[in-house]
Design a protein around this ligand. Sequence first.
Ligand code: T4K
Length: 414
Amino acid sequence: MESKDKTARGAEKTAAARTRKRRRPRPAEGRICMEKTTRAEKITVTKPFLPPREEFEQYVDEIYAADWLTNNGPLSQRLEAELKKFLGADNVSLMVNGHLALEVALKGLGIRGEVITTPFTFASTTHALTLNGITPVFCDIRADDLTMDPNAIEPLITERTTAILPVHVYGHPCDTDKIEAIARRHGLKVIYDAAHTFGVKKNGHSLACCGDVSMFSFHATKLYHTIEGGALIYGDSALTRIFNAYKNFGIEGEERVDYVGGNAKMNEFQAAMGLANLPYVPALIAERRAITELYRAQLAGIPGITMFYPDRETGVEYNYAYLPILVDEGRFGESRDALYEQLKENNIFTRRYFWPIVPDFGCYREKHAADALPVARRAGAQVLCLPIYNGLAPEKILKICRFIVEGREVPVSL
Ligand code: T4K
């Protein structure tokens, strides 16, 4: 027993010796870390874009003139029409937020039983299922883009399965061809959580035109926003009546209520922000692309840091919505959480989207903690989303990257 302990201790020492520790300087020590910034200078993971105030106010003036604030008002109708054009979509139904849009999609398509979905997402995706009495069945993800692994779907299909709910996480396109071929073979619906995907195109078409229906989030933290907001994009025009009813208490006329719906309507101030923001989207994407390229140039080739290049996939025009990296502790020399904390001490507020992964949430753990999801669990333990937003100055990006690169431990073998 004693000799076993000694062996273990020896192995630990050797592993430690292999890594030359270069302690990341604390803020007070000054070396590469940022000057202690004031609260106003803190760098957050994202920051909303706001259009010039007078452009927003022009729409607000229209609201005041029309005395019409919500319930499918003129600005909402105009925004729906503009989005159809912008996306090249057959149908767009605006919603008060992305989460309720997802719930309306599930209700409108009559989804029940079990739905195969990803464990690597924001709480909303899974909660939308659970809140509608549907059982989430978690399918592992692919290591190269963190979207649902199509090769892992079929073994999860049972006679209770009615749909697949994948997420184009960070705007990385899922393998829509394979997923939809599986769905066709088994008679399943496909609903994409496209919350991160506004502006992404595949083969010249909006990614949101895939599947039976796609959901956008237009939350303030998104590349394109309506303060809070969301939308459903779909091909089958017959769904318009049903989706519009479900977002308005099931009401279809003064004397007609055929569905048990809630309230998911976008209001006119949200639509005003959406109309004011829309013309800026191409410029916002171009600026974020430059930010992403700067990060990539600075962080490329750093041992233990994985960056993603989904836009190098043929035919994909990306939106650069998020800047996720994976931190492999063994090769990088310190853990993702240590890096997260140290950045935070230096007023850089990154986020661990998405950790813990959904099956490890308190509300799902009992049933799902033992689910075999090795890729999702590893990604959850390693992911760190770095700051990216319009107006993020290059000097700040360089500082963040220098902090990540120079402050880390350097493995001697490299
Ligand atoms: N599906 C997926 C895959 C999603 O990611 C989301 C939402 C949904 C569905 C549901 O869509 P919505 O119903 O939300 O439309 C944020 C967003 O609130 C959430 O919309 C988003 N995903 C998620 C990924 O991020 P939190 O809890 O991280 O938000 P919060 O308040 O901590 O904000 C993050 C950072 O943004 C802060 O560090 C500061 C900055 N910020 C935030 C707001 C609201 C600002 O600078 N200004 C602001 O006004 O969830």
